[in-house]
Ligand binder design. Structure first.
Ligand code: ATP
Ligand code: MN
Length: 462
């Protein structure tokens, strides 16, 4: 007999039929010739209750000694459950102990802090919260590909190792094979990277955007979904050193098309995850943050607010709120400002555009005022910025001026500039931080719970 997933058994409810399941014990209670085992195989949120009694030949010898965390294989009959809390259970006919877990199994039935669970990242997937987050990550990945594939976007693989010291070299991880203790030196006494593996300095990518622009200039609509790396030393609840980013790029598209896509995209992903993982969301809502279901329903229904940076600053200045960082036109919006706008003022997602050029990257389309660029940030309650994007500068002369203004060497971007020489078209795109959306949907306070193995300053275990 082949074993089936517990999810399958809950969906099909094969009453009075014989089934085989395999999983790990969340709890084991033994009393007077009767044992209650809660078996979870991760296929869905709930475990299945198994009732075992002395009729089993290994009952006294093995079953009564089973402890939480053990792996078992159970053959038995599906019956309606008289107990409350579960609809069906299994009356065991045979129980095989596949892998024992002794009494020192760290995940005993009690609440553990997320901080503690991070120190046992090899076991925490067996907890309710992290298990649910893994499943929702999967559902969100599927939704992301589904959304773009349905719209005819092509999935593009951008490089992870990059030699273009494009955006903010300070925040990049260096990739080098040189002997750190005794590197080759130039005449000036600097490390000689021409002797390194790639014959030049190389880094882990911070974004696939520039390469996505290349592909969009040929395939029109593309998206990337891959890991990105930032060596920013920010020990916050929303930053990881390694995170996954989704980056669509569209040719023949301006900032309005960009906003339309961002809004449609977020709504689609939320809807799809809610449909695929209802039990996981019930759990998040009842145990982690009781506003999640309501907030997500609201986001799916309500149109997002669209305002300019200038109007956003106006609202913040006039709000009378006391912010840690005071707001003036020209400053970057801090998390507290973003949260005020989305949580208190508009009470829904807010898309802010047209930022001062001084605080945004060189590649954003310059407006006629020569002061602002067509950048786009999407802000959501609790997490703040979840998407950062822009209409790109596609005019060669303006881009060249921007290189000079931003103190960048045009030569380093020769191929990027080339795209503006040969059939340049207006285009736009954005980057969504995958873990930010998982953090948002699960309600966990720290992004370190939103990824299986977080990498942050001072920590890269597992
Ligand atoms: P922030 O201002 O929050 O640091 P950013 O402006 O540096 O973000 P972008 O360069 O615009 O971020 O990156 C696009 C998206 O990637 C962000 O909107 C965010 O969702 C996500 N993101 C950026 N940095 C990180 C990080 N260190 N960890 C996790 N997600 C991140
Ligand atoms: Mn940003």
């Amino acid at each position: 007999m082949e074993h089936q997933s517990i999810k399958n058994i809950f969906t099909e409810k094969p009453l009075e039929k014989s089934v085989l399941i395999k999983g790990w014990l969340r709890t084991a209670r033994h009393s007077k010739g009767l044992s209650f085992l809660e078996v979870n195989d991760g296929s869905c949120f709930s475990g299945l209750q198994v009732i075992a009694d002395a009729k089993l030949e290994n009952y006294e010898q093995e079953v009564t000694k089973l402890l939480t965390g053990s792996a078992v294989s159970v053959k038995g009959t599906v019956v309606e459950s008289p107990g409350k809390g579960q609809s069906i259970e299994i009356q065991a006919a045979e129980i095989e102990v596949v892998g024992q877990a002794p009494a020192d199994y760290p995940l005993q039935k009690k609440r553990h802090s997320f901080e503690f669970l991070r120190t046992i990242a090899h076991l925490r997937p067996r907890t309710n919260t992290i298990g649910a987050i893994f499943r929702v990550r999967n559902a969100a990945s599927k939704a992301i590909h589904g959304f773009f594939q349905e719209k005819g976007f092509f999935y593009l693989h951008t490089p992870i190792i990059t030699a273009s010291d494009c955006e903010g070299a300070g925040e990049m991880f260096r990739v080098s094979c040189l002997d750190a203790k005794n590197p080759p030196l130039t005449k000036e006494g600097k490390v000689d990277y021409t002797k390194d593996f790639f014959g030049r300095e190389a880094y882990l990518t911070v974004s696939g955007q520039l390469e996505a622009e290349i592909a969009a200039m040929a395939l029109s609509n593309v998206y990337t979904f891959g890991p990105t790396f930032r060596a920013e030393n920010s020990n916050t609840s929303r930053h990881l050193a390694e995170f996954w980013m989704v980056e669509p790029e569209m040719a023949f598209c301006d900032i309005n098309g960009d906003m339309d896509l961002a809004e449609e995209f977020l709504k689609y992903v939320f809807k799809s995850c809610l449909k695929d993982c209802p039990d996981d969301f019930e759990f998040f809502n009842s145990r982690i943050d009781n506003t999640i279901l309501e907030t997500m329903a609201h986001i799916i229904e309500a149109p997002f607010e669209r305002i300019s940076y200038t109007d956003a600053v106006d609202i913040l200045v006039k709000s009378g709120q006391k912010f840690e960082f005071p707001v003036t036109w020209g400053c970057d919006l801090q998390s507290e400002h973003e949260r005020f706008l989305t949580e208190l003022h508009f009470k829904k997602p807010v898309m802010v555009t047209d930022y001062p050029k001084t605080i945004k990257a060189f590649y954003m389309y310059l407006n006629d005022d020569d002061k602002t660029v067509r950048g786009l940030d999407v802000l959501v309650p609790k997490v703040g910025e979840i998407i950062g994007g822009a209409q790109r500068e596609h005019r060669l002369d303006v881009l060249q001026k921007r290189f000079i203004e931003c103190n960048l060497n045009e030569k380093d971007y020769w191929w990027y500039t080339d795209l503006r020489r040969y059939g340049s078209v207006p285009h736009a795109g954005f980057g969504l931080g995958f873990e930010r959306i998982i953090q948002f949907m699960s309600g966990v306070g720290n992004i370190r719970e939103a990824i299986p193995f977080p990498r942050v300053p001072g920590y890269a275990d597992f």
